[in-house]
Design a protein around this ligand. Structure first.
Ligand code: SAM
Length: 270
């Protein structure tokens, strides 16, 4: 295949199936009459970029590879809507970028480097009140973790935090053979529709996060055991919650109930 040699360290597996590229772009641009500015993570050789620019929406690409960034500029610098940030997506000043695009909320799209999927998702969650939606292609197993239900192997922090920040839909699988070079794993595309005020229902979101992160470090242990290293035994004994259960068995609502009770007990004991 002509073009730059793919670099492994930046997870470069380029999509070479035009129909799939069209389906991904259509999913990102499908919502309503309002044209949201688009942010593409890792445009690479431009499989999605060309289609996005044809849609006539303001476009910002974030590409870490200087060679690919130069090629994209050569190709699109004259386009009125094209803007490129030659940066690491995890070091980019997202609030500043989104402030520039305000008052419109942005749509994020990307066939992202698989080794940094979780940090990218958490970056989107942190900035979600300025985002409308995101259509992301990722490793299929990770996509399954995003929509996993309690009591399944795939269920964990990613599923819970995804549910807090957005409505997430698994759209379709993309076979490994659709990429160059062919990766070892299949991919899938998900759509995230971000909520207006995601943490409004949490009286102490920091406490919620701390409790969950701690408990999921030992996902097979009973809650009584994990919580015992965060809270005194007399707090735990006041809870009306079955602490013989394990982290992977609790739904988001149950986690909210448990942490609200922990907060109340903490506050009432001064
Ligand atoms: N969008 C193209 C496609 O679908 O063919 C490329 C996808 S490739 C899986 C991932 C892209 O993300 C590459 O262009 C890579 O250089 C870029 N990339 C990798 N790490 C990055 C980072 N930390 N920040 C920004 N871009 C990154």
């Amino acid at each position: 295949m002509p073009g730059p040699k793919p670099k492994k360290r930046w997870g470069q597996n380029f999509l070479r199936e035009p129909n799939t590229a069209r389906k991904i772009v259509a999913a990102a641009l499908s919502d309503g009459p309002e044209k949201h500015p688009v942010i593409e993570i890792g445009p690479g050789t431009g499989a999605l970029t060309r289609l996005l620019l044809e849609s006539d929406t303001p476009y910002t690409g974030i590409e870490i590879d200087p060679q690919l960034a130069a090629d994209l500029r050569d190709q699109y610098a004259g386009h009125p809507h094209f803007h490129l940030e030659e940066k690491d997506v995890l070091e980019l000043d997202w609030p500043a970028l989104l402030e520039n695009l305000a008052p419109s909320k942005a749509v994020v799209i990307g066939n992202i480097p698989y080794n940094i999927t979780s940090p990218i998702l958490f970056t989107l969650f942190e900035n979600s009140t300025r985002l409308h939606s995101a259509v992301i292609m990722m490793q299929k197993e990770v996509a399954e973790r995003l929509v996993a239900l309690p009591n399944t192997k795939a269920y964990g922090l990613l599923a819970i935090f995804t549910r807090i920040y957005c409505d997430c839909r698994y759209l379709f699988k993309v076979g490994a053979h659709q990429f160059f070079p062919v990766p070892k794993v299949d991919s899938a595309v998900v759509k995230l529709d971000f909520r207006e005020d995601p943490v409004a229902d949490f009286p102490d979101f920091d406490l919620f996060r701390r409790v969950l992160r701690h408990c999921f470090q030992q996902r097979r242990k009973m809650l009584r055991k994990s919580l015992g290293s965060l809270f005194p035994a007399d707090h735990l004994s006041k809870l009306r919650f079955d602490l013989t259960r394990r982290p992977e068995n609790l739904s988001l609502t149950e986690w909210q109930d448990l942490t609200a009770q922990l907060l109340a007990t903490k506050e009432s004991s001064g």
